[in-house]
Each structure stands twice: as structure tokens, then as C-alpha cells.
Design a protein around this ligand. Structure first.
Ligand code: ZN
Ligand code: ZN
Length: 288
């Protein structure tokens, strides 16, 4: 039994430590595979939590160096968490093609924006969330959330990643102030349509534990209702921590596996030995 993690951030973007610190933590935790997924550069937005375009080559070289250095102890993979910004960039962006990525995680963090060079972050501070909600969507949270899911569907349709990142992360703002109820029919309809789009795309959906261990969500991303729908749609899942610190690399994985088993998911996808594989999942770990 072991855990793998494919979603993590280092000091190349907004994580705390150098990549090697995560490798050491992964080995100490008995992991077999560890994947790095820094926030890909966004060349046209001012954004403090993504990698600079100038650092992309250095990042790929550093992960390659670690792959080689630790090849006897840990399989290390090179990934990126790539933003989808319609008409501008997404997981299949041209400038990422030469990076030699092992996989991509596609995420929507920006829902339209304040003019052309400043996106609206939906998972940032509360004041920014409120500013965008009022200035871009006239305070209509339903419109804003609907647009968030619409962008996710557009990404799946036009610019499909290997892995869909934290599907319903926009709900994290509800832990600060209640903006909408997650059992409202319009919300569930949006979520359901997006899950259907994932099923059609063939992408893997990550089950992301960051909301739990950061106490920004009482549920996983995505939550239990969405996971039940996903199972009915036969959507393959994988477990990821979205760690920004070496101590977060398997945060709440046992809790997540317990929830997933209860929903009816008893397997998860992993990328190991150069191929995607389905392996058993229980609170003790991945069975392979
Ligand atoms: Zn993200
Ligand atoms: Zn992330």
C-alpha cells in the first residue's frame, strides 16, 4: 500500500519549498510516484502565484535532474497545473508543447476579468471574490458560478487536459460567507452538466483534499453529491492533495479514501511506469 500525489506546488510558483524538499518528504512517506504541477505561466496576466515564463525551462530541468538523482527510490513526474483562459491559453497551449510534460492538470481559477490584463480569481481572498462578483457580474452569484462551470466545459471541449483540477473549487467562498447553497437545483444542474462533459472528454477527474486540510471546505473538491454522480457516469478519478508545503503532500488522503469508498469508488487512476493504470483504493492507500 502506498500513496501517490500528482498535484503540488513548489517555490517555482506559490509553494513554500524547493522541489527536492517534496521529493524527500515523498520518500519519507513511502510513496512510489510523485508528480510536480506548478502553476503554468500566464504570459498575459499579472499574477503573483503562477510561474514566470522565464522560469519554465529551469523548472523542467530541475525536475529532470531530480528524476535522475532519485530514480532508484521514487518515480518523479513533470506536470503543470494549467489555467484555461478562453481564446488565450489552456492545457494544450503551444508554448507548453516543448516542455516535455508527463501530464497536465487543467483548472479554472479565473472567471473573465477586470479588463483584458487582469483576470478575476475565484479562489483568492474574499474581497477579490466580492469585487469581481459585483463589477463583472453585477452581484449575481448564479451568473458568476454558471460562467465558472461553462468555462470548465469549454476547456474540456476545446483544450482538454489529462486531469481536471478541483472541479467545484468556487464553493470555497461559501466557507467565508454563504453566497449560494450547494443543493440548489440550478447549481446541481451546472455541476451535473460539467460532470457529463468530463465523462464525454475521457479526462480523469481529480479528487482534491486541499479544502479539507486547509479548512476552506467541509467537503472534498468535488463534494460527495458530485462524486455520486461521477460514479454513475463512470468517470475515472485520482486522489491529489494540491500541496503547497512538503507536509501537505498526502493531506487527508485517508479521509478522502473513506469518503470515496462510501460513495462506491474502490479504485483510482495512477500514472506509473509511463502509463495510466487503475488500482485499488482504501483508507490504507493505493493497492499496487
Ligand atoms: Zn488550482
Ligand atoms: Zn494547485
Amino acid at each position: 500500500m502506498t500513496w501517490n500525489n500528482y498535484h503540488s506546488h513548489t517555490n517555482y510558483c506559490d509553494g513554500t519549498d524547493v522541489p527536492e524538499a517534496y521529493v524527500k518528504a515523498a520518500i519519507a512517506a513511502g510513496m512510489k510516484v510523485y508528480g510536480f504541477s506548478s502553476h503554468a505561466p500566464i504570459p498575459f496576466f499579472e499574477c503573483k502565484w503562477t510561474m514566470n515564463i522565464e522560469s519554465l525551462e529551469e523548472y523542467t530541468l530541475e525536475i529532470a535532474r531530480l528524476k535522475h538523482k532519485y530514480e532508484d527510490r521514487l518515480e518523479i513526474l513533470l506536470g503543470l497545473e494549467v489555467d484555461y483562459v478562453p481564446d488565450r491559453m489552456g492545457p494544450t497551449a503551444h508554448f507548453l508543447q516543448t516542455a516535455g510534460l508527463d501530464y497536465t492538470i487543467g483548472s479554472v481559477h479565473f472567471v473573465d476579468g477586470f479588463g483584458t490584463d487582469k483576470g478575476w480569481e475565484i479562489d483568492g481572498p474574499l474581497d477579490i471574490f466580492k469585487k469581481g462578483l459585483h463589477e463583472i457580474f453585477s452581484g449575481d452569484v448564479r451568473k458568476a458560478v454558471t460562467r465558472y462551470f461553462e468555462l470548465t466545459r469549454m476547456m474540456l471541449d476545446e483544450d482538454c487536459p489529462d486531469i481536471v483540477g478541483h472541479l467545484d473549487k468556487i464553493k470555497m467562498q461559501n466557507s467565508r460567507e454563504l453566497f449560494f447553497k450547494e443543493d440548489e437545483p440550478w447549481y446541481r444542474d451546472e455541476l451535473r452538466s460539467t460532470l457529463e462533459a468530463i465523462a464525454d472528454s475521457g479526462a480523469i477527474m481529480e479528487v482534491n483534499t486541499r479544502g479539507l486540510y486547509k479548512k476552506r471546505s467541509s467537503e472534498l473538491y468535488p463534494g460527495t453529491w458530485a462524486l455520486e454522480q461521477a460514479l454513475a457516469l463512470d468517470i475515472p478519478i485520482m486522489l491529489n492533495s494540491d500541496g503547497h508545503h512538503p507536509q501537505e503532500i498526502i493531506g487527508e488522503f485517508a479521509t478522502a479514501a473513506t469518503i470515496l469508498n462510501k460513495v462506491g469508488y474502490h479504485s483510482a487512476m495512477i500514472l506509473a511506469d509511463g502509463r495510466w493504470q487503475e488500482v485499488g483504493l482504501s483508507p490504507e492507500g493505493l493497492d499496487y
